[in-house]
Design a binder for this molecule. Structure first.
Ligand SMILES: *Cc1c(COP(=O)(O)O)cnc(C)c1O
Length: 241
């Protein structure tokens, strides 16, 4: 980072991140989604005060966490689909797993968490509308699985996560987020001994304002934080001289 152009871009990214963060209600936790974003950019986000980072691939997260090991107070969130065979690695790398999307995976995580003496924070990923492109529980499937989920005592269930299906208009998207909140309220009213429903992880760059309107407590933002800026930064690297 020796030339002044790059320095200016760092500063403008820093200001941009601070601005986005300051626009969010203080009650909403910003998870900066850093998939494909290199570690030196994550450092700028850290400098701007961001402490929650979301990744969707285990190996990519492991590499960046090693590069950032000097930053001790980061909370890492897994937001992408998790295969059972990577569950152990996921527990070692992430304090939160937002993408727990089936009972078998939850049970596997519970068993491994016991062995590793960990108490991971878990969101249950749900689908309020049918979406062949996304995993997650439908409402009836989740009702069926709640008793077994409640038995997984090493998991700290924090709430629900959802991704709005692609191509909905604003009011349909809002319906999805409101439906997710209503489902959380319904589960909460059942008073499960081990299932908390305080958190709603919903909202991405294109729809986070709607998600916040519907009661999101955590938003997962990537493109709006890093998108254009990262591209200009990369082209800056490639410029001669
Ligand atoms: C990539 C991703 C995000 C961030 O999406 P943007 O549109 O870039 O903000 C949020 N949640 C999940 C599950 C993702 O995979």
């Amino acid at each position: 980072m020796s030339n002044s152009t790059t320095h200016t871009l760092d500063e403008s990214l820093y200001e941009h991140l601070k601005a986005i963060r300051s626009q969010l209600p203080v009650s909403v936790r910003l998870i900066a989604v850093t998939k494909t974003v290199p570690a030196d950019i994550i450092r700028i986000a850290y400098a701007a005060g961001i402490r929650d980072f979301g990744e969707n691939r285990i190996q990519e997260a492991a590499t960046k966490q090693a590069q950032l090991h000097d930053l001790p107070d980061i909370t890492w969130h897994l937001i992408g689909h998790l295969q059972s065979n990577k569950a152990k690695k996921a527990l070692e790398l992430f304090q939160w797993i937002h993408s727990v999307d089936n009972l078998k995976l939850a049970q596997r995580l519970n068993q491994l968490a016991g062995e590793l003496n960990l108490k991971p924070n878990i969101c249950l990923q749900v689908k309020i509308l049918p979406d062949p492109n996304k995993s997650g529980w439908t409402i009836p499937q989740l009702s069926d699985d709640l008793p077994a989920l409640n038995h997984c005592k090493n998991l700290q269930y924090q709430g629900l996560m959802t991704i709005a299906p692609f191509g909905l208009n604003e009011s349909q998207t809002l319906d999805v987020f409101n439906g997710t909140r209503e489902l959380a309220v319904e589960i909460k009213s059942q008073n499960w001994s081990n299932i908390q429903m305080q958190q709603l992880s919903m909202g991405m760059s294109g729809d986070y304002q709607l998600a916040i309107e519907a009661g999101a407590t955590m938003v997962r933002l990537g493109t709006i934080l890093f998108g254009e800026r990262l591209r200009s930064r990369i082209s800056d690297y490639q410029e001669p001289g």
